[in-house]
Design a protein around this ligand. Sequence first.
Ligand code: CP
Length: 317
Amino acid sequence: MKHLLSTADLAREDAIMILDTAEDMAEVSSREVKKLPTLRGRTVVNLFFEDSTRTRISFEVAAKRLSADVINFAAKGSSVSKGESLKDTAQTLAAMGIDGVVVRHAASGAAHTLAHAGWIDAHVVNAGDGTHEHPTQALLDAFTIRRRIHGAASRGRDLDGVRVTIVGDVLHSRVARSDLWLLRTLGATVRFVAPATLLPAAVDEWPAEVGYDLDAAIEEAPDVVMMLRIQSERMHDAFFPGEREYAREWGLDDARLSRLPKTTMVMHPGPMNRGLEISSAAADDPRSTILEQVANGVSVRMSVLYHLLAGPEGGAE
Ligand code: CP
């Protein structure tokens, strides 16, 4: 594997291998000295053209735990503000000698372009491109679900028969897309629940059920309810009448939380709009995996960097 750009590219065996290696990485992270020498001498650039807390920091922690050198690049404060292009920025960093690039960009397809345009020769990890994909978020979500269901017996397991309901702003969500492809590959079923205005036109062609009624979806007692963030920064039209109506119709509020089975996981990729798509009680409930997702993100990203960059020419296989 040279790059990780989309979960649609991952075969079931590849995905399970990444999740199993993440189990090993989680074990490393539980030690007093949380460090492996695996990527000593390799350099990873975090190339972030969009804001991030979880993804950027967990890639930095992951790379450092594998002993890589890490360069953090944020478009704000860089020569991007003087008009420098993605190509020139990437080639400038590549000229300093880099082995891996973790890229987040507002344009869908930016990570694919960086990997395949011939501008640089580094391994590329997509850390979120526009509304297209966020593959490491999907991997950490799958890892979190697998661990909650199978616990210490997770290795080698897929998510066969797990029922996942994804709620909210599917239209603008790269997480929803990456989760859909990966969860289906691992044998789970996916249902989207959203107002019609926040579903993409092509949703009928996706391997997912679609519904518009969150209360009806909760009655079916799914194994996972994943709330998506309302992405106001990508909304240039009115997609729903107002925040109060959105919270009433599609938010996981306290009343809906009380009707969820005790075993249903409550997930959210973060950052959350508390009181809009999810209530504080739901976010902080024992069924919530939100902070587990963050912790698991480090293990999963260590695994991805290991599989891409370890070995004499990168590519641990
Ligand atoms: N889930 C996620 O991508 O969060 P950040 O935007 O904080 O990285």
